[in-house]
Design a binder for this molecule. Structure first.
Ligand SMILES: Cc1cc2nc3c(=O)[nH]c(=O)nc-3n(C[C@H](O)[C@H](O)[C@H](O)COP(=O)(O)OP(=O)(O)OC[C@H]3O[C@@H](n4cnc5c(N)ncnc54)[C@H](O)[C@@H]3O)c2cc1C
Length: 340
């Protein structure tokens, strides 16, 4: 089958901020072979490209000139299942939450802390999605990619993806150069719940669940997320807009002296993660608006589209928040989404 090139495609419904911009050209790829067709295409092959999944980690600031390659590769299957682990393979276009639910329904637990994260499975390694004490890097086995220049396929073991805190090789050297076409996840056995996260622990305690099942952890995560995060179907947002700053002990102690209530978490390597949400709230931004963009009432890390906001409105607000935090704490917050 040949590729369908769509022109002047509105992207408003294809990004969860709901920003109203256009893609000059858009192609949908439903297999690794389709990606190779794009690479070999006389018109598209050499053109700059932008890979689009679910648009839930993007801030679009203008019409997109590069060819938008929308990844719609489906497929879910169990490759191995033995006493020690289950290995599943997932097409890059599968909705991530559907993957978590499907695995759980098949009796394969281990992803439940990552429930209700919007977007596609193929984008999950790009920023090494994480929530409630679990990151994709804890489960990722390998990633299949197709090179956008040569059309060659390769399998990258997780160790080669350089997964870090909301970071990977796909946000750096390979950004826009390699399309992830499928991913493999290894779920270890026996299953042990990841419940160290305060919100999850509190929720389980309230339900008197001292020995929770995978389904109960899944339900806890879904309930907590529903209560705290705005649903992009009703309020445009991309989840956390800023990363939590990671600082050394000296800087953390200096900030602590001036702001004894600041929330911080020690990391294994001796550094500290500071709660950006706390810092933004301390600057008085929680629930505030600037033009058509705002800071969410319940979660100060989340910037929202209050209606009709464009990329510039959201960027202006982001910069104002960054300036306030820098003035008060001496640290500049780093945005989490990809800004186009
Ligand atoms: C309400 C809400 C809550 C959220 N909560 C969390 C959370 O708890 N934890 C978390 O980590 N994130 C969270 N996010 C952010 C977002 O859901 C994730 O980053 C998600 O993985 C993005 O997937 P996507 O398919 O929408 O990617 P997109 O936004 O479409 O793309 C993001 C980036 O990945 C690239 N990309 C996409 N697909 C591919 C591919 N197949 N191959 C190569 N590159 C690709 C794009 O070019 C772009 O640079 C949240 C977002 C929302 C809206």
């Amino acid at each position: 089958m040949s590729l369908q090139i769509e022109t002047d495609v509105p992207l408003r419904a294809l990004n969860t901020f709901g920003v109203d911009v256009m893609a000059r050209r858009l192609v949908r790829v439903r297999s690794a072979r389709d990606v190779r067709l794009v690479v070999d295409h006389p018109e598209l092959g050499r053109a700059p490209k932008f890979i689009l999944g679910g648009g839930s980690n993007l801030l679009l600031t203008r019409d997109v000139d590069p060819v938008v390659v929308k990844v719609e590769i489906s497929g879910l299957r169990v490759l191995e299942d033995d006493a020690r682990s289950t290995l599943i393979e997932v097409g890059a276009g599968e909705p991530w939450h559907g993957v978590v639910e499907w695995a759980l329904d098949q009796g394969h637990a281990g992803l439940e802390n990552l429930a209700r994260i919007p977007g596609t499975a193929g984008a999950a390694p790009v920023q090494n999605i994480g929530a409630y004490g679990l990151e994709l890097s804890d489960r990722l086995e390998s990633v299949d990619v197709v090179d956008f220049v040569t059309g060659r396929s390769a399998t990258l073991p997780a160790a080669h993806c350089r997964l870090g805190y909301r970071d990977s090789v796909f946000k750096r050297e390979l950004a826009g150069k390699s399309v992830i076409t499928s991913i493999r996840l290894r779920l270890p056995k026996p299953w042990t719940p990841v419940t160290g996260y305060a919100d999850v622990e509190r929720w389980l305690q309230r339900q008197n669940l001292t020995d929770p099942s995978p389904r109960e952890v899944f339900d806890a995560v879904c309930a907590i997320r529903r209560s705290k995060l705005p649903d992009p179907a009703t309020v445009g947002n991309v989840g956390s807009f800023f990363k939590n700053p990671v600082v050394n002990r000296t800087i953390r102690n200096e900030i602590l002296e001036e702001h004894p209530d600041i929330v911080s978490y020690p990391l294994e390597d001796g550094t500290y993660k500071l709660a950006a949400a706390w810092m933004i709230a301390a600057c008085g931004w929680k629930g505030q608006s600037l033009g058509r963009a705002g800071v969410h009432e319940q979660q100060a890390l989340v910037l929202v589209n209050r209606g009709g906001a464009n990329g510039a409105d959201i960027l202006n607000l982001a910069q104002a928040v960054q300036d306030s935090v820098e003035q008060k704490f001496g640290l500049r917050l780093e945005p989490e989404p990809v800004i186009v």
